[in-house]
Structures are given as C-alpha cells and as structure tokens.
Ligand binder design. Sequence first.
Ligand code: TMP
Length: 235
Amino acid sequence: MQKKELLYEGKAKKVYLTSEEDKLIQEFKDDATAFDGAKKGTISKKGEINNAISAYLFEYLENYHIPTHYFEKLSANEMLIRKLEIIPIEIVLRNVAAGSLCARYNIPEGKVMEYPILEYYLKDDELHDPMINEYHAYAFGHATPDEMKAINRIASKVNAILKSFFDRRNLVLVDFKLEFGKRIKDIYLADEISPDTCRIWDKKTHKKLDKDRFRHDMGGVDKAYRELRDRLMGD
Ligand code: TMP
C-alpha cells in the first residue's frame, strides 16, 4: 500500500489517497485552531498524541462492535482509514454542562446533566457551525431518517462506553463531538476522538485536559495533552 496525493487538508488533519481505492491515510497535524479558525496556533506533539489516542479509542470501541473507519496505525502521526462519504454534521454528546451549552441555556459549567444531551451542528465554518435538528438533515439531503437513527444509536453507545472508560481512569467525559460517514448503506464512526474533540476533566480537581486550555489561553496545553495520553494509555 502506497501513500498517494493529498485529497483534503483540514485545520488539524490531512487526508491522502492510497494505492487502494477504498483506503485513505489520515495524518494528524500539530496545528490547532479555535472559534472556527479565528484563533490559530500549534500544540507540541499534538499530531502524534491525537493519532495515538484516536487509534486507541477506535480499537477499544471496535471491541464493543462500534463500526469505525479505522484500520490501523501506520506511524506516529498517521492512521489508515476506510474511504467514506462524510456526512457534514457534527454530533455533540454532553454529560456535563460546558462550552456553548452554558452560554445558550444559562447553565453553570460543571452541572451534571440528568440525561445525556445529543445535538447536531452543520459542519460549516463560514456559518459558524449552526445548530440543526434531524429534519434539517433530511431536508438538506445529508442523511435519511434510518441513517440518523443509526447515528443516534451509535453515538449514544459510544458515550456509554467512553464515559465508563474515562471514569475508570479518574477522568470525566464532559462532552465530545463525533462525525460519521457512509459507504453504500453502512454508517461508520469517522474523523477522530481526541482532546481536540472532547472535553475531559480530572474527576477530583476538575482540571481541564483538553483543547479548552488552548481556546481560553489557560497555559499548560502541551503538558495537558501528554498527561491525558499517559493516563488513557498508561496501563
Ligand atoms: P461546544 O461546547 O463549543 O459546542 O463544543 C462541544 C464539544 O464539541 C466539545 O467537546 C468540543 C467539540 N467541538 C469540536 O470538536 N469541534 C468544534 O468545532 C466545536 C465548536 C466543538
């Protein structure tokens, strides 16, 4: 299998074609952005840490029969993935109030939700990823009701699995964002699961171990990413 030309470059990853038609290489960058690209920077070793954490979590989820785009880790900052048609919707799951939820509904940060919240946002930086509901997804032709049903089921299952995985490591999975893709009629979990796309706090101190440290200039960003990797993969 050979790495071929660049197919797509995003803010935090590059995707390459390969000599196999149905496989792509996803390369993680150290570049970090926030607020739809308005804030830019780099986080030392982020590419390899996010690749390692994503690979580890995709493998973990496959044990629970979650279909993911992941095949294998190829190098420190590259993984081999299944080529999919990406659905341009960000699925956000929330267990604890943080970020945009607090501002939108005037809820104090840290309030534990009585039931997990599932939200959809249209993936469109220029429009600042507006919140949508399932009907927008059908009307805009992004997914069918059956596909949204599959996405909801997988997203809720991922939340249950990861919540307890993090809890056992004395970490709180506050919220996270997932993306899905389809191939013929099958839905797969795609993109990444990393401190760029999750909020994760220490259970006791509520210390933030994710991209919020970069978003809000809290300092200790590189160290927090390394600490999270070591606490997740250290055993
Ligand atoms: P929010 O509170 O800013 O809406 O973010 C909810 C979760 O989604 C949080 O874990 C961060 C993640 N996220 C992304 O992965 N990409 C994004 O573009 C945004 C806005 C949030």
